[in-house]
Design a protein around this ligand. Structure first.
Ligand SMILES: [Zn+2]
Ligand SMILES: [Zn+2]
Length: 304
């Protein structure tokens, strides 16, 4: 599971920052999370294969999270895409996209599915054999949801040399992977721990942007491997954070500490700040294992 940061600025693109866009690679998925202006160029710059994106998660409909989407969706048609895309977002995205498609007379070569996400309660919104995604209710000026991505627990791996050693038939392998013992013709029982190896520990990542300081998210993100939490301001603009319903770096760290996550990454920096260092200084006083979102940074989740 890896997180690639394509854009971590708030409000508007600047010389040094693009607005929000993140790629989460997990199992065979390439999930795009938010799609601020310039996301297409950033996908190119960081060599992300856009054709592999099949699900796009939009936290809310402020422009700095969604203004790159229309261009991306129409570019897919230029490439002759046929595979469907599912868009997860709060209410309103479908109308926004359909109007633009109609007025620009754009015709997509593939199907778009729109899935409206409840911003008041956490729900399971996506699931397959290996991954689940839950929504996270956030508190912002418009309906906003974060997203919690979890790998599923895989069965134990059978040790190939044990199949030969005990002459284990093919039909017995599935139950052994699920924890069964194996009985030899002599009646002797071979314990499962001898026959199998533990699977990789499932990883988890939560994306929480944009939001004011909102402790109800703590139980939802409890003990996860990596929490992305917005930190639009430092403490010198704490009152501005309250007014605009954003968080400070310190507040992001308080959430991470309360949830006992393994690592925190902060971003969504206000253009008022030219340097990011102050965000980190303030956050680490509360939660030590914090890092800064920076464009192009790739975080290997759980690898610490
Ligand atoms: Zn924003
Ligand atoms: Zn916003």
């Amino acid at each position: 599971m890896t997180l690639t940061i394509l854009g971590c600025g708030a409000a508007l693109p600047t010389k040094t920052r693009h607005p929000s866009a993140y790629i989460l690679t997990v199992q065979d998925h390439v999930f795009l999370i938010d799609c601020g202006e310039g996301t297409q160029s950033q996908l190119e710059r960081y060599s992300i294969k856009r054709s592999k994106i099949r699900q796009i998660f939009i936290s809310h409909l402020h422009g700095d999270h969604v203004f790159g989407l229309m261009g991306l969706l129409t570019s897919y048609s230029l490439f002759g895409r046929t595979e469907a895309i599912t868009l997860f977002s709060p209410e309103g995205l479908e109308e926004m996209i359909r109007v633009q498609l109609r007025i620009t007379q754009s015709h997509l070569s593939y199907t778009l599915h729109f899935q409206v996400v409840d911003t008041e309660m956490s729900h399971l919104i996506f699931e397959d054999a290996k991954v689940t995604v839950h929504s996270i209710p956030l508190k912002h000026r418009v309906p906003t949801a974060g997203f919690l991505f979890r790998e599923k627990e895989l069965p134990r791996n059978i040790r190939p040399e044990k199949i030969t050693e005990y002459n284990i038939p093919f039909v017995a392998i599935k139950s052994i992977k699920n924890g069964a013992t194996f009985t030899l013709p002599s009646g002797e029982i071979v314990e499962n721990t001898e026959l199998t190896l533990a699977p990789p520990v499932p990883r988890s990542f939560a994306y929480c942007s944009d939001t004011m300081y909102y402790p109800p998210i703590v139980p939802i993100v409890k003990n996860i491997d990596l929490l992305y939490h917005e930190a639009t301001f430092c403490e010198n603009f704490a009152s501005q954070a309250t007014i605009s319903m954003h968080s400070t770096a310190k507040q992001a760290a308080l959430i991470a500490k309360a949830a006992q996550v393994k690592k925190l990454v902060i971003g969504h920096y206000s253009p008022r700040y030219n340097e990011n260092e102050q965000f980190l200084v303030e956050a680490v006083t509360i939660f030590e294992n914090t890092c800064l979102a920076e464009e192009g940074k790739v975080i290997e989740i759980g690898n610490w």
